[in-house]
Ligand binder design. Sequence first.
Ligand code: ADP
Ligand code: MG
Length: 719
Amino acid sequence: MAKLRFDALDQANNRPSVKVEAPGKISEYFGQDVFDLKRMQALLSPDIYKKVKQAINEGLKIDLETADAIASAVKSWAMSKGATHFTHWFQPMTGATAEKHDTFFDYITGLERFKGSELVQQEPDASSFPSGGIRSTFEARGYTAWDPSSPIFVYGVTLCIPTVFVSYTGEALDNKAPLLKAVEAVDQAATRVCQLFDRKVTRVKPFLGCEQEYFVIDKSLYNSRPDLVMAGRTVFGHNPARGQQLDDHYFGSIPPRIYDFMKDFEIELLKLGIPVSTRHNEVAPSQFEVAPAFEEINVATDHNQLLMDVMNKVAERHDLRVLFHEKPFAELNGTGKHNNWSLITNTGVNLFQPSSSARENLVFLVFLVNTIKAVYHYADLLRASIASAGNDHRLGANEAPPAIMSVFIGSQLTAVLDELEKKGNIKLEKGDNMYMKLGIDKIPPIILDNTDRNRTSPFAFTGNKFEFRAVGGSANTAAPMTILNLIVAEQLTQFYNDVQKEIGKGAEKKIAVVNVLRKYIKDSKKVRFEGDGYSDEWVTEAEKRGLTNIKDTPRALDAYLKDVSRKLFKKHKVLNDIELEARNEISWESYIMKIQIESRVMGDLVLNHVIPTAIVYQNKLITNAKGLQELNINNKEILENINKISNYIEVLNRGVHDMVEERKRVNKIADSRERAIAYCDEVKGKYFEKIRYAVDKLELLVDDEDWPLVKYREMLFLR
Ligand code: ADP
Ligand code: MG
């Protein structure tokens, strides 16, 4: 039985690396597969180009005539790059991306064609995508609509058109549509606030830079682990260095095969206009990170989805597998996707950038404090936005951000906010002096300094942006970014109204702003935490502060359906009741499916691999014990091991049997939320750890020669 494992190890160890040549200087091929503004300007007539640009920048609609002209140009361009098909590329609520390919070739005319109407709208077979009951499958009616704000690209032989996916009755069926609406909401609210200070600001756009962590392992080793193949994570496996740091030298250099893989996917990403610069700062063995430069949030979201896809495809060329799962290996660092987020005005000001000017710093403080307050009030929604079966293993685990939403801002900004909060009488003096008195002109630009960082905070201010670190490695950033922009939009709206009220009471504008800020700083203080977010003390302290710590997905999702949330989504036109309920339905079902798969894989591995192997080894020990006894040699220890193995086998047999019975019972629960909770508490909660513990103990006891599953150290220390 161990033959599979050793064959896989053999293959993995003898694989040559696949050499990669860069096609030239990056500037020569960056964005070569993208139909970007530069290319449009070259290939479209000036008035058509102007219309597209307006559509991109101002969200204006494109008429059919313009669409025809664009379609014709984009088709010729794509065909010159070898494309034969086109697809509307979208992000259904399953989490992945989807596409339905159509050929350019028209059988009637015998020519390649691409019409404006095909560019603008397409009907995918919507019945195969989850809709949470919005439409019954027999009337699967949904369509994809072109989103000109994200550029069209050629991927392989296919022209890909980024789209949103909506039902004919107008409900959003994807991750992108709500994001675009939240972006609009935050634009409106932030612009209004900016205009209190600067009338030239007419637009505020959210930006996103995604640091993507991932593991890489050899394809054969991956394929030899049914748990990785089926569930994306190892359900068993003893960590060779459990409880202790792995040696530093493992992290020093990147194995050549992985280096070639990185180089290869970077080239592919750059061609697609994704501005990556790979980082090699692994935290766990075989774990790496890639970080593109930040971009407008919906482009960055598309790019992150595409990045994962490209990495998966390129990995195949190298006989490697990429893992984006949040916790593929127990006891090792999990996998996250740090969402670096900021708001930037059309005048080029990053609203989270402290400066040396007092006026700009007041604006900075407005956005800083309002974001903190938004996180404080809507912590549960933010928590819900990152909830998934995979992320449950990561949030709250040892080395991961806790499930408590708190904000870190660093000691200098803490001092500034404290001072602002405490200062009693604000006197209006001429010019900017007032702010001098409050100390807000003194925010030193050195808070960009890396030393003032707290890696244990789920939501940290990092110099000129916020970094939402609790987002899972495999997640679509659209969900958490929809919530973040939405709650900040709401908070800024409230801020604007509160300032107007103060002004109504006779306060000068800047004084009014400061008054409201001081109140907000007090109100939201509880969410600020500068200490060690991974410590037990924080869990206790957070509870005292009344901060929630929702540990599992089924319950975290409840936040979406609370009255305050429903109102919030409705007010900013992001999602309506039907859409919210449908989304939760899908999320609960998806959670159930994942736990069910994990539970089945566990059962299969235990019954078909682990127990038979343990018995084989136990029989060897029995023969040995008998032999020793015949020779009158002490066999006490061997008998003890035989006993231990028997006990573990019993635990496993009973555990798997009971877990299967539990599943059968739980499957009968009609309500999907209740069923998800039962899967969480009864199936996963009662059995997963117990079964894993026994299997991992057996891995240590059983002869290495017999053990059927590739071990952690074999998977993770690829040479
Ligand atoms: P680290 O967090 O590892 O120290 P950096 O500070 O260099 O790394 O940035 C990490 C990510 O943050 C990158 O993807 C980068 O593009 C992004 N980033 C930098 N500035 C901004 C910004 N103003 N808005 C959004 N993302 C940003
Ligand atoms: Mg970071």
